[in-house]
Design a protein around this ligand. Sequence first.
Ligand SMILES: *[C@@H]1O[C@H](CO)[C@@H](O)[C@H](O)[C@H]1NC(C)=O
Ligand SMILES: *[C@@H]1O[C@H](CO)[C@@H](O)[C@H](O)[C@H]1NC(C)=O
Ligand SMILES: *[C@@H]1O[C@H](CO)[C@@H](O)[C@H](O)[C@H]1NC(C)=O
Ligand SMILES: *[C@@H]1O[C@H](CO)[C@@H](O)[C@H](O)[C@H]1NC(C)=O
Ligand SMILES: *[C@@H]1O[C@H](CO)[C@@H](O)[C@H](O)[C@H]1NC(C)=O
Ligand SMILES: *[C@@H]1O[C@H](CO)[C@@H](O)[C@H](O)[C@H]1NC(C)=O
Ligand SMILES: *[C@@H]1O[C@H](CO)[C@@H](O)[C@H](O)[C@H]1NC(C)=O
Length: 320
Amino acid sequence: MYSSSAASSSSRFSPRRPFSAAIVILILTFLCSMFIVGFIYLLIIVKHVETSIYENLESKWHPDQIPMNHKPFLYDLRLKLYFAWNKNLSFDQQENTFDGSVRINFESGGGSRIILHSKNISIEECFLIKPNGEEIIVNNMTYGDDFDIFNIFLDFEMENERNYSLKINYSGKFEEKNKYGLFQIPYANGQKYILATHLQMTEARTVLPCIDIPSAKAQFAVTLIHPIGTHAVGNMMENKISNDSNWTTTSFKTTPFMSTYLLAFVISDYPYLEKVTKNGIRTRVYCDPEKIENAKLAISVVEPLLDFFRKIFQCVLSSR
Ligand SMILES: *[C@@H]1O[C@H](CO)[C@@H](O)[C@H](O)[C@H]1NC(C)=O
Ligand SMILES: *[C@@H]1O[C@H](CO)[C@@H](O)[C@H](O)[C@H]1NC(C)=O
Ligand SMILES: *[C@@H]1O[C@H](CO)[C@@H](O)[C@H](O)[C@H]1NC(C)=O
Ligand SMILES: *[C@@H]1O[C@H](CO)[C@@H](O)[C@H](O)[C@H]1NC(C)=O
Ligand SMILES: *[C@@H]1O[C@H](CO)[C@@H](O)[C@H](O)[C@H]1NC(C)=O
Ligand SMILES: *[C@@H]1O[C@H](CO)[C@@H](O)[C@H](O)[C@H]1NC(C)=O
Ligand SMILES: *[C@@H]1O[C@H](CO)[C@@H](O)[C@H](O)[C@H]1NC(C)=O
């Protein structure tokens, strides 16, 4: 407005003309530079958003190491455990190993890349199941270098906010040196073993490919196939137990939503003491047969403890 009025009345204000033109140029230069700065800033932000979900991949214990764009809500896990629990058993090459298959149901955040944690397990086959049930074999899978990362690249884009599943077959070994992960403990003077898990802090990834971050809570439906003569105890009550010639298959009820590190099970031939509480809850204490006398105290305090926790947390417990 100022410049046009200056132009229309050019004769009267002719001495001020070069001055007003300078102001216009100044304003235009200012606007242009602001525009350029804004544009560069926008480019940086856009680029930042594009790369930021993968930027912590090499920080093994970062809470955002794996982007949470895909949200697993159910791990349907099946493990066959070649566990020589007594000296008479032998599984040759397969001894101290396990075969696993897991179906991971997840809500996709779109895109064609899925990242999971995986450590010391070798993944054999991987299928993606689309919302319409179509199964697609995944051929492009890579392990990250030393960061427990397992990459799955699809050759198509998933739809955002739709449910997909991954079906993965793999195998692994029992941990030998450490008392975490999936490991054996000798008893009866080394004549027998029990098999147990301790998956805190970040060992769930040695038992199944998963998003092994505490906030990535999901449900777990676990089935264990273990040598006949042993029994399996897990997070939940057992659902079904069946035997074939040399193996017992124990499937457990599906857990509530929980963190991966809380997944737990023990395979043993330990005897147990059992008591059913007045509310009908089956409680058991399993232990080394030599120490079963000491378990009497333990089983006697389970019911008062359950009552205490029920009051504190105001929750209902049941065997069902
Ligand atoms: C192992 O075999 C021996 C000899 O056959 C037998 O006495 C023993 O009870 C067996 N041990 C187990 C745990 O089955
Ligand atoms: C796997 O996918 C990635 C990302 O799309 C690509 O860079 C790479 O070349 C693919 N590898 C193979 C063997 O197709
Ligand atoms: C995905 O699965 C969950 C759990 O079964 C369900 O609640 C949700 O509605 C499903 N979403 C879609 C888009 O089907
Ligand atoms: C993968 O698991 C399925 C069943 O869960 C089984 O039929 C198939 O043979 C397995 N494949 C491998 C390579 O282990
Ligand atoms: C797991 O892998 C690491 C590195 O690859 C290796 O040092 C370690 O011995 C492995 N553990 C088992 C139980 O195989
Ligand atoms: C399976 O076999 C074990 C050991 O022989 C036995 O104690 C158990 O009762 C059997 N369970 C079923 C469901 O047949
Ligand atoms: C069961 O185990 C015995 C002894 O280890 C073996 O001889 C037999 O072939 C096994 N049976 C099956 C069906 O695998």
